[in-house]
Design a protein around this ligand. Structure first.
Ligand SMILES: *Cc1c(COP(=O)(O)O)cnc(C)c1O
Length: 394
């Protein structure tokens, strides 16, 4: 039977390999502590769950939702954006509900790119930007993120012919996997770049509410001219520990939102209404809920960063995101180092190379692991004498 070429071009989803490794260890009775997947371990706040229960009793929610989302959800999103970022959105034309940000990110290229078009994609980066581009038949051109440029793409270094043919620029701050953050001046450069080259910007903003030490990440839409050229993806997954409920939103440029709506209205029938009602109650929660949760993450980050430094890794404490991004010792590749750590200490971290070739030399640790497991993992890591890399290769 024939299978589409695009399927064979998709790299195996990163966590498929990771899950397999953990399962093998578990089968041998070994308990692995996994810093692999960025999936909040803390529960969805109770008022949001209460709303689900109440909404499920209302028969209206048993029926098809509308693709674009409940008007009340879109209004709640606009209200939240105004309060949090000072950004005004028209809930009718500039807000769209998503079945999680991933769904929107994966489908958006179908509304933005024709076969043969070029999209600029950060490397290392969340894999869905390039896979969505591939599904649309378009080409990805990789923009290196490096420690030297503080994990921000150097837009001036893009070759002129590439910049000229680019139709889309993907960006993501606070960043997965590097934990890097961007300020408004970078977003303004991105908007200027798009305007100059008649390209669109898609910003993945799903970590703006996971930040530490009082840091308050900006929205791309705060940049002047941003709404003329771009949209932003947001998610309730990381913000409110809601990965299991699948709810996100795309906001910004009305034409781009409309293109995504047309794609989606032919593929899905929207987010279950009861889940959208959970979202409405979430977006109205006090910011204290988020601050308390972030304090828990911050404590974990401090401990993990210390442990990694103590065994010789070079690591900067992130100001935001769920991730500690650490440079592996000289002589190791990311994959060799993470394999060795898993084999000898039963601690799983992701290889930076899984996020793109410029992630080579780094590993990513997601701090969505319980406090007790963080303590146990920190003990396992701190007491590890990292073997000589040449020996590790045998
Ligand atoms: C988790 C994550 C998403 C997807 O979030 P969902 O709303 O759960 O689909 C999108 N982008 C990045 C960078 C992420 O890490």
């Amino acid at each position: 039977m024939k299978r589409a070429k695009r399927i064979d071009q998709v790299p195996e989803y990163l966590f498929v390999q990771i899950s397999r490794k953990i399962a093998e260890k578990r089968a041998r009775g070994i308990e692995v502590i996994s810093f692999g997947i960025g999936d909040p371990d803390l529960p969805t706040p109770q008022p949001i769950l209460d709303e689900l229960r109440a909404a499920s009793e209302d028969a209206v929610t048993h029926r098809y939702p509308e693709s674009e989302g409940l008007p009340e959800f879109r209004e709640a999103v606009a209200g939240w954006y105004a309060g949090r970022f000072g950004v005004d959105l028209d809930p009718e034309k500039e807000v769209l509900s998503l079945i999680g940000a991933k769904e929107g990110i994966g489908h958006a290229p179908l509304g933005a790119l024709d076969p043969g078009d070029t999209a600029l994609i950060p490397d290392p980066g969340y894999p869905v930007y390039s896979v969505g581009t591939l599904f649309a038949g378009a080409e990805g051109y990789r923009l290196p993120l490096t420690e030297g440029n503080r994990w921000l793409p150097d837009l001036d270094a893009i070759p002129e012919d590439v910049a000229r043919r680019a139709s889309l620029l993907w960006i993501n701050y606070p960043n997965n996997p590097t934990g890097a953050t961007a300020e408004l001046d970078f977003f303004e450069n991105a908007a200027d770049f798009a305007l100059k080259h008649d390209a669109a910007v898609m910003h993945d903003a799903c970590y703006t509410e996971v930040a530490f030490d009082g840091y308050c990440p900006p929205s791309f839409l705060e940049a002047s001219g941003a709404k003329d050229v771009g949209i932003e993806f947001h998610s309730l997954s990381k913000t409110y520990n809601m990965t299991g409920w699948r709810l996100g939103m795309a906001v910004g440029n009305a034409d781009m939102i409309e293109a995504l709506r047309v794609v989606k209205s032919n593929l899905d029938s929207g987010v279950p209404q009861a889940v959208q009602r959970m979202g409405i109650s979430a977006l109205k929660l006090s910011a204290d809920v988020i601050a308390e949760r972030n304090a828990v993450y911050q404590g974990r980050i401090d401990r993990v960063v210390e442990a990694l430094k103590s065994i010789g890794l070079s690591v900067e404490r992130p100001r935001a995101s769920l991730y500690v991004w650490a440079r592996v010792p000289e002589g190791y590749t990311s994959a060799e180092f993470s394999e060795r750590l898993l084999d000898e200490r039963d601690v799983l971290v992701s290889s930076g190379s899984g996020y793109g070739e410029h992630g080579e030399g780094y590993v990513r640790l997601s701090i969505t692991v319980s406090d007790e497991d963080v303590d146990r993992a920190v003990d396992r890591i701190s007491s590890w004498k990292v073997p000589d890399p040449a020996g590790a290769r045998q």
